[in-house]
Write a protein that binds this ligand. Structure first.
Ligand SMILES: Nc1ncnc2c1ncn2[C@@H]1O[C@H](COP(=O)(O)OP(=O)(O)OP(=O)(O)O)[C@@H](O)[C@H]1O
Ligand SMILES: [Mg+2]
Length: 342
């Protein structure tokens, strides 16, 4: 989001969230109070095009207060384009959108003052140190220096960066920068936190730290909207998921519902010697469905052990075999027809 986007004039960059402007006219496009309380984001037929390229092709989304909602999908699916519209930093090209009961076209600054945004690309100010990044960002929201001094101590603790307050941003590791960006997004105590691939490029331990922190925010009632390429992240954090592909939502549900709908209970993974396609072909039909991947064959079945016995009974000898339960990864593969490559 820190990138200059020539195609989108007249929109504040997320790095400079304008605060509510008292001179702004009364806000139109509000929804019923009871509805607004429960549903924080409501989109219908939401569309985004860049010139003649349609990045988001009419999607419907409803996110309720306190929910953690995940957007999955391959590169170019339209996740970031969607997130930028929800974050009110990129105007929609068509359809209806309401965030916190308000229309982003009419009330962008008021909405942004109540959102936290972690863009896909870190957009920290590299000329400032860690503390200054928090303070300057908080000043955009009109928060007092005294409040921000206290707040930044808490946020640095939250991000496990307490000893790095005076460090220059360009001296931080990628993981530390990501944690600082997340900390910064919380400076205004947002009601909705939008995170575009929060843990991409983090090491496993740093990802765990971020997950634990996001879970804590969720327990405090913050509504989370997350895009991710990690199915374990989606499974851990998200109550509900939407899978996007080529600008459309192609599946939606809780992780358990998606597994139930798009996969089998169990999966048998078989590896064959490189180049041995005959054996791989021979197992087709032994499960409810077969996927042949570059390095293994997946048999989808309600009973992996019975499937393995059937494989052996046919005299097929895989190099190795693994029985496991279905995961979101299998769902993703089924829906998008590809494995996740980041
Ligand atoms: N500012 C822009 N101008 C022109 N085309 C754009 C712009 N931003 C995105 N696109 C195009 O819109 C499509 C969707 O891009 P988007 O960044 O929303 O995908 P994504 O799902 O976030 O992908 P990734 O997983 O790689 O982050 C892509 O084809 C992309 O090239
Ligand atoms: Mg993206």
């Amino acid at each position: 989001m820190g990138m200059i986007d020539a195609a989108e004039p007249a929109v504040a960059d997320a790095a400079e969230p304008a605060v509510a402007d008292a001179a702004e006219p009364a806000v139109a496009g509000t929804v019923e109070p009871a509805e607004a309380e429960a549903v924080l984001v409501s989109a219908s037929g939401l569309h985004k095009s860049y010139g003649d390229h349609h990045a988001v092709r009419g999607i419907d989304i409803r996110i309720r207060r306190g929910e953690a909602f995940g957007l999955l999908g391959p590169n170019g699916a339209g996740k970031t384009s969607t997130m930028r519209m929800l974050a009110c930093v990129s105007p929609r090209s068509g359809g209806e959108l309401s965030v916190l009961g308000l229309d982003p076209d009419l009330a962008g600054p008021q909405i942004r003052a109540r959102l936290g945004v972690v863009a896909q690309q870190d957009n920290l100010d590299t000329e400032l140190n860690v503390n200054q990044n928090l303070l300057v960002y908080g000043r955009y929201f009109g928060l007092s220096r005294g409040h921000l001094r206290e707040k930044s101590v808490q946020l640095l603790e939250f991000a496990q960066l307490s000893d790095r307050g005076d460090s220059r941003v360009d001296a931080l590791s990628g993981g530390m920068r990501r944690r600082l960006t997340i900390a910064r997004s919380l400076v205004n105590d947002p009601e909705i936190l939008l995170l575009d691939e929060p843990t991409t490029a983090l090491d496993p331990q740093a990802r765990q730290v971020v997950w634990e922190r996001l879970s804590a925010l969720k327990r405090q009632g913050v509504t989370l909207i997350i895009t991710t390429h990690y199915m374990d992240e989606a499974e851990q954090l998200c109550d509900r998921l939407a899978v996007m592909d080529q600008g459309r939502i192609v599946a939606e549900g809780t992780p358990a519902e998606l597994i139930e709908r798009y996969s089998s209970r169990e999966v048998l993974e078989l590896r064959f010697p490189a180049g041995d396609t005959a054996q791989a072909d021979a197992v087709a039909g032994l499960g409810d469905r077969t996927e042949v991947l570059a390095d293994r064959v997946l048999l989808f079945t309600h009973d992996a052990e019975a499937a393995l016995n059937a494989v052996r009974a046919r005299g097929i000898r895989p190099e190795s075999s693994l029985m496991r339960r279905s995961t979101l990864e299998d769902v993703y593969l089924r829906i998008t027809g590809r494995e996740l490559v980041d």
